[in-house]
Structures are given as C-alpha cells and as structure tokens.
Ligand binder design. Structure first.
Ligand code: NAD
Length: 340
C-alpha cells in the first residue's frame, strides 16, 4: 500500500527543488501517494494567507509532509509559515543531522552529529514587549514537561539509531531557574537510559568544543535558542546549507524539510542544490522504517557528490537542479539492481 504524504513545495526555489526530490524518491521504489498543497508568499493573493487551512488539514490527515522552503515576508503582518506549522501541529522536536559527505568542501572530516532542538518554547515563545520606549523584555519559558519530552526524544533517537552518547546543552550556571530546570530534566531522563552515555556542556564551551573536536560528540539535545544556533554551526562543519536536511517531529505528525531558505534570487533558474531536500526525504524514509530505500538514496547522493560530475554550482559543478536529481535517481536504480 502507498504511503500518503503531503507535499508542500513552498515558494522561491522550493517548487523546482521539490520536483527534483520527487524524481530521486521515486527511484527508490517506495510507493508514495503525494497530496500537493500550496503555501507561501505566492499564494497570499489567492487565499489571503500564506498558510491556507487545507495545508494543515492535509498534514493532519496524512501525518507526514515533505516541505520545501517558504519565504517569511518581512513586515507583512503574517507570521512565519514555518513557525506556524510547527506550532499548529505541535512538532516539538527539530532534528538536524550533520554528517560529512565526501566531496562536499569542508574544514572537517568524519563529522557525524545529530542536533535535537526543542521547538516550542524558550525565548522563541514570542512573549516579549516594550517597557516604556527605551527598553524591551522577552520572557524565556522553560517547562519540565517540554524539557523531559525533548530529552526523552533524544535518548529514544539515540537508542533506535545505535548512538552511544547524548549531550545536553545549557547555560545553567547563569540561568539557574530556566536552564537549571532543563538540565535537571535531562539528568532525570538520562537515568532511564543507562545504556547511553550522558553528559552536559555549557553552550559557549559546547561551541568551542564543536569547532575543535566535533568527533567527540554524538547526539546533542538543546533548548530552542541554543539548538537554533548550534545546528547551524553543525551544518557549517559539514559544508553548509546546501546539504543540511531537517525534520520537525511531533506525536501526531512529522514534517521533513531542508534547513536552507527559499533562496529567492535563484528562483526559476534550475540552479540550486537539491541535496538538502533529498536528504530530508532520506530522513522521511527512515521515519517510515524504509531503511533499505533510505540507505540506497543516501548512498546515491554521496556517490553523485563524490564523483563531482553532475553536481550544482555550489559543489563546484555545472549541472542544474533537475540534472543532479536525475543523476541521483540513476544511481539509486544501479544500487537497487546490484542488490538483486
Ligand atoms: P537562504 O537559505 O534562502 O539563502 C542563504 C544563502 O544560501 C544564499 O546565498 C542562497 O543562495 C544559498 N542557498 C540556499 N539554499 C541553497 C541551495 N539549496 N543550493 C545552493 N545554495 C543555496 O536564506 P535567506 O536568504 O536568509 O532566506 C530566504 C528566505 O527563506 C527568507 O524569507 C527566510 O525567512 C526563508 N527561510 C525559510 C526557511 C524554511 O522554509 N524552513 C528556512 C530558512 C529561511
């Protein structure tokens, strides 16, 4: 039976990236029935909102979505579609693996990290206001339940993917109540997982350690703000945005999307790198338990990038988005044929 998946191509370069990702995913042989829905800057005139109700309805029904990037218009009065999707669907865990891909230029080798970021609270809860004209306050909200939930997610992820260590990132030495609570929750959850090593790092030290010896770390679990910053740092360790996949996961639904934005200056030029969205598709296949297909697609991506032949400009090549995706699809088919 086919997996039903909501497809949100997004705007800017999103639609061409999504077309490319579908070609690569189709080659795996996993039967996916796509429901295509529109969201983003391009549909504001048509629906009066960048996030029409049918998008949420579809994700609630299929429980799964593959999403392209969506522009957040500055000063339009609309909140970010990306943040709204995470809030409405309670996608509390943001998952961002950062793995060295041979052939992608980077200062590091052998990086294999996973950042698990709490997605619903902290300074991103949006509780801020002016105090008079010359001061502003933002309230940092950390709850025991959200902290335990994200830490449990990180440990479960580590166990399921045979990872050996979880590091909690915090600043509990200064923010004794908020980050202190996060750390206390992390320690409590860690005690339930004696098979996995637990340690904690203060966020500033964590940043230094990551750029000096990233190989010492495995799964990192972070409150929202530190997770946002650390996960971009980790993407930088493995070659940047063009190759960084992500997932937002909740109890009821999961949305898989690249870390990068809509790169509007390249829209319609068949130019940008489809790797981050295709690797988000790999995460989706793993979420579905389609490990063989996920392995084949990941291997095909690394082989195409490694051969440096049919790759996009940012990887030093001259291929367009669609041609790189076709090259990956052809590799997937070869890998599948060699297994038979
Ligand atoms: P961006 O990620 O779109 O672009 C940053 C740089 O990376 C640009 O030079 C761009 O050309 C390059 N780049 C991005 N993706 C690439 C790819 N696949 N291949 C090759 N090069 C790539 O970031 P931005 O310019 O800050 O944001 C543009 C818009 O996207 C903004 O409105 C922002 O709010 C939105 N955004 C959306 C998401 C999302 O949908 N989840 C995430 C981040 C930013």
């Amino acid at each position: 039976m086919a997996y039903e998946v909501t497809c949100i191509p997004g705007d800017g370069t999103g639609p061409e990236l999504m077309a490319a990702a579908k070609v690569a995913l189709a080659a795996t042989g996993v039967d996916i029935a796509w429901t295509d829905v529109e969201a983003g800057a391009d549909v504001m005139d048509k629906y009066g909102t960048p996030l029409p109700a049918q998008v949420l309805d579809s994700v609630r029904r299929t429980k799964l979505a593959l999403k392209g990037p969506i522009t957040t218009p500055i000063g339009s009065g609309f909140r970010s579609v990306n943040v709204a999707l995470r809030k409405e669907l309670d996608l509390y865990a943001n998952l961002r693996p950062a793995v060295t891909i041979p052939g992608v230029a980077s200062r590091y080798e052998g990086v294999d990290l996973v950042v698990v970021r709490e997605n619903t609270e902290d300074l991103y809860a949006g509780v801020e206001h002016m105090v008079g004209r010359d001061a502003a306050e933002s309230i940092k909200i950390i709850t025991r339940s959200a902290s335990e939930r994200i830490c449990r997610f990180a440990f479960e992820y580590a166990r399921r993917h045979r990872r050996h260590k979880v590091t909690a990132v915090h600043k509990a030495n200064i923010m004794k109540f908020t980050d202190g609570l996060f750390l206390e929750a992390a320690r409590g959850v860690a005690a339930e997982y004696p098979d996995i090593v637990f340690e904690d790092r203060i966020v500033d030290n964590m940043c230094m350690q990551l750029v000096q010896k990233p190989e010492l770390y495995d799964v990192l679990v972070c409150p929202n703000l530190y997770g946002d910053i650390i996960s971009d740092l980790c993407a930088g360790l493995v070659g940047g945005l063009g190759v960084a996949p992500g997932a937002n996961i909740g109890v009821e639904a999961a949305v898989f999307e690249p870390v990068h934005g809509s790169a509007p200056k390249y829209a319609g030029q068949n130019k940008v790198n489809p790797t981050a969205l295709i690797l988000s598709g790999v995460l989706m296949l793993r979420h579905l338990g389609e490990e063989q297909a996920a392995d084949a697609l990941f291997a095909a991506v690394t082989q195409v990038i490694g051969s440096k032949d049919r790759v996009t400009y940012d990887l030093g090549g001259r291929s367009g988005t669609s041609d790189m995706a076709r090259a990956i699809a052809e590799r997937v088919q070869k890998i599948r044929a060699s297994r038979q």
